[in-house]
Design a protein around this ligand. Structure first.
Ligand code: COI
Length: 359
């Protein structure tokens, strides 16, 4: 191990309170968390401590100007009970891409990887055993200067905590193609995983929910015609056997699950098209009876089927899930790779190293 991560273990594990057959998303947290502080241009005081609240100064810059970024990743157990990560280095890289956009310091990739290995090795008992469930890992960084002038903070905190999760969406989702609010435009922060993007999505999502839909399907910020992404997912359409997804254009999050699916589908011989995708093309395909499937993809959501999409006065009711082919197949492939049921030929699955942690 290259870094000196100090470990203080909890005196009283809460693991026996968890019902792995009934895990709500995002409400159960494991015993420990990793913490590091950035001061004088360096990440210092690397530590794993019992998961617990911490205090924050009222003038802490993150609370005022939103310099805050995060990742979402997962660890699962393979059929032999070995804990595994999925493409962890992609998350280490992406958080630094977000940091750069938000004028925050890099977090060294090798430290990120060492921290998640150490933390998940320690709390591996929290990884749910069932395929499709996982230990969700939430790395995040925020500004901590006690100052209310507008400038980048000089100090930051980086935390990683984890918690067992089941599926994010329990059933197929319904979407409204948003025609009033926008999530992002090229040149904005849409490609960064920064908290403000999610804050800005809350009101449109609430309006969609009041109309009986689960989420918003974001459209481009100029014409409200080109599809971007959905609440917490990238989005894929199957039109007459071809898979089409919006090209990332600077306003769309570069999903790691999205990338994985593009690679897998192309290897399986599907025609996969990344392009600016006009909503009229989707409506026309629906009217011809050629819109066969729509699914969203993301770390939390994995692959979530879309049941219907509202656009203006049209409601596109999509074919029943039972008749779908590509969405269910690709979901099974990802679940299978994570559980070790399907052989990983890409080097995507990485065993969690069982480390000797000194208390
Ligand atoms: C993830 O898919 O991990 C995300 O970050 C979505 C999250 C906002 C639930």
């Amino acid at each position: 191990m290259k870094y000196d991560i100090k470990v203080s273990k909890t005196k009283q594990s809460r693991l026996n309170e968890v019902d792995f057959d009934n895990i709500p998303f995002g409400r159960v947290f494991s015993d420990h968390m990793f913490v590091a502080d950035y001061e004088n241009g360096k990440w210092t005081d690397l530590r794993i401590v019992p998961f617990a609240p911490f205090s924050i100064h009222p003038a802490s810059m993150v609370l005022h100007y939103g310099q805050s970024i995060f990742e979402g990743m997962k660890a699962s157990k393979n059929e032999n009970g070995q804990p595994m990560f999925f493409r962890p280095e992609m998350h280490a890289k992406r958080i630094n891409a977000s940091a750069q956009r938000m004028c925050m310091p890099d977090f060294p990739e090798d430290l990120f990887l060492e921290a998640i290995h150490s933390l998940v090795a320690l709390d591996q008992g929290w990884i749910p055993p069932q395929e499709g469930s996982a230990l969700y890992i939430r790395p995040y960084m925020f500004a901590t200067d006690e100052f209310i002038g507008v400038r980048p903070s000089d100090t930051y905190r980086f935390i990683i905590f984890t918690g067992p999760v089941g599926p994010y969406y329990a059933k197929p989702v319904s979407l409204i193609a948003e025609q009033t609010y926008i999530r992002a435009v090229a040149g904005g922060t849409g490609e960064a995983k920064t908290s403000g993007n999610y804050a800005a999505s809350l009101l449109p999502a609430r309006v969609a929910q009041e109309k009986g839909y689960d989420q918003v399907m974001w459209m481009d910020g100029k014409e409200f015609k080109y599809i971007q992404e959905v609440g917490t997912m990238n989005i894929f359409f199957v039109i007459n056997g071809k898979v089409v997804t919006p090209a990332t254009d600077g306003a769309i999050l570069k999903g790691i699950t999205r990338d994985t699916i593009l690679i897998l589908l192309r290897e399986k011989g599907y025609e996969v098209i990344e392009k600016p995708l006009h909503i009229d093309e989707v409506v026309a395909a629906f009217d011809r009876g050629e819109l066969q499937e729509v699914f969203g993809t993301g770390t939390a959501a994995v692959v979530s089927h879309v049941a219907k999409i509202a656009y203006g006065d049209r409601v596109l009711e999509l074919p029943a899930i039972e008749g779908r082919k590509i969405g269910p197949m690709i979901k099974d492939e990802i679940d299978g790779l994570r559980s070790g049921r399907i052989e990983d030929t890409h080097g995507w699955v990485e065993e969690v190293k069982t480390l000797e942690l000194v208390d």
